[in-house]
Design a protein around this ligand. Structure first.
Ligand code: NAG
Ligand code: NAG
Ligand code: NAG
Ligand code: NAG
Length: 447
């Protein structure tokens, strides 16, 4: 062998090993760190919007419940729609005439969120962009006649927010998917001809910062081609360095494989987690999509929402707060109100949430209303209740009050607070509640 040939072979080998940093297996994929921007962001907005927003009854699982004969759905159709009306018929009533992506993006920005995840395709299979692989069943061909993914991603990025794409692997009633399913997933025509190329088209066209897979539970990850997909995503895709993936990549993969762990919906473990997680929580406790039959008590109160945010971040997680827009393109006012209130709370208290890390303790050892975060050198004690007699008593922070006498401040209040160190606790005296700007939860900065 001549030297030039050897040099070329060495060059080719080097190129290969550099290009393929991650191999298509879980052990290798798991070594990829979660991009830093995501850990620092803490709060995202989730949007469930699709054809199910037209019947807006029950939940975004409307089609499946109707076909399965779940109580109430057949009656709802019989009472409100002509006989033989199909789910596909809802498509043209998905009008989105009030959809103003810039207005949405500004509302999300004001809420204090740092990223926005849209259902680009839910289990119904309807794509919110003109997918080459979803002819006649996408937001350009029917309904809005608009490329929702393009419009929203552009508007969101103009507000300096990141854009994420939720994408359902399965499609309940796609005949190819059903054929694979009937063959116990020993065939994979649906993945080869539809899902896989469509997912690549989505990423290559819109370059999402998050890919939030779902609808994975029916089949193993080998059927969905998940490890090959993630190796491509991390090694070669246009978003390879900054993209964040979730953990929904096949039966048994939840809380185990992939990037960020979402575990079950509404995952709020209340203890420190070793692996980065996301608590995906809907403002409507019973549905992700908008439903007209919701009651006021089904909607998270601002106190409940802030509690979710604080507990999640204390334990090292991010929170994705879900809203369901209407078929005509507005975010219901009750959801707007919650997001706006969260924004005003964060305006005063945001430094105890954004860019923080978990502290040694997540919740106080004595005071069950208090949760902790830190941004060195400060430790933040976040109290979900205003204490009786204006005195907060804390156990876990005792060790910070040794020779070093830290300063204690209530965020949003200028004057330093006075405190008394006892044998086991620190008693901090708060100002008169009427003079305090913040509402709903109160943050003590100890530094
Ligand atoms: C509904 O469909 C059935 C079966 O295709 C047909 O016999 C019937 O006439 C249809 N009804 C209406 C009102 O179109
Ligand atoms: C379907 O495939 C799985 C393995 O992927 C196997 O465990 C199961 O027994 C199969 N079921 C049937 C009905 O063949
Ligand atoms: C699986 O992924 C590989 C690598 O990206 C690709 O070449 C192959 O076509 C995919 N197979 C299916 C069935 O999608
Ligand atoms: C809070 O901390 C204590 C230990 O100090 C623990 O026993 C308790 O379960 C923790 N979690 C919650 C949700 O209170």
């Amino acid at each position: 062998m001549t030297n030039p040939t050897l040099a070329i072979i060495v060059l080719i080998l080097c190129t290969f090993s550099n290009g393929a940093k991650y191999k298509p297996n879980w052990n290798s994929l798991q070594t990829r760190p979660i991009p830093k921007w995501y850990d620092q962001a803490k709060i995202g907005i989730f949007i469930h919007w699709g054809v199910y927003s037209v019947p807006s009854f029950g939940s975004e699982w409307f089609w499946k419940h109707w076909k399965d004969g779940t109580d109430g759905y057949k009656d709802f159709m019989k009472q409100n729609y002509p006989p033989n009306f199909t789910y596909q018929d809802f498509g043209r009533y998905f009008t989105a005439e009030f959809f103003k992506p810039d207005e949405w993006a500004k509302q999300f920005k004001k809420s204090g969120a740092e990223y926005v995840i849209l259902t680009t395709k839910h289990h119904e299979g309807f794509t919110m962009w003109p997918s080459t692989y979803s002819f006649g069943w996408n937001a350009m061909d029917i309904g809005p006649n608009r490329d929702i993914v393009a419009e929203l991603s552009t508007a969101v990025r103009a507000q300096n927010l990141k854009f994420g794409a939720y994408y359902s692997l399965l499609e309940w009633y796609n005949p190819r998917y059903l054929a694979d399913s009937n063959a116990n997933f020993t065939t994979n025509n649906f993945v080869a001809d539809k899902m896989y190329p469509e997912l690549l088209e989505l990423i290559e066209t819109y370059k999402p910062d998050i890919i939030w897979a779902d609808g994975e539970w029916t089949a193993p990850d080998t059927y969905w081609n998940s490890t090959n997909f993630l190796a491509w995503l991390y090694n070669e895709s246009p978003v390879k360095d900054a993209v964040v993936a979730d953990d929904r990549w096949g039966k048994g993969s939840l809380c185990k494989h992939g990037g960020v762990f979402t575990c079950q919906d509404g995952y709020n473990p209340k203890t420190l987690q070793k692996h980065k997680f996301e608590n995906a929580v809907s403002l409507d406790k019973h549905s992700w999509g908008f439903r007209r039959n919701a009651r006021l008590e089904d909607i998270l109160s601002i106190e409940e929402l802030i509690t979710e945010v604080v507990q999640t971040v204390s334990c090292g997680g991010n929170i994705a707060i879900n809203v369901g827009p209407t078929h005509y393109g507005k975010i219901p006012l009750i959801f707007q109100q919650r997001l706006s209130d969260l924004g005003s709370w964060l305006n005063v208290n945001g430094q105890s949430i954004k860019k923080t890390t978990p502290w040694k303790y997540q919740n106080d050892t004595l005071n069950s209303n208090v949760w902790y975060t830190q941004a060195k050198p400060a430790v933040y004690a976040i109290s979900l209740k205003w204490p009786e007699n204006n005195i907060v008593e804390l156990g876990a922070v005792k060790e910070l009050f040794g020779k070093h006498k830290p300063k204690v401040n209530l965020l949003g209040v200028k004057d330093q607070l006075t405190y008394k160190v006892t044998k086991k606790t620190v008693k901090i005296t708060l100002p008169d509640k009427a003079t305090v700007k913040s509402k709903w939860a109160y943050v003590l900065k100890i530094a």
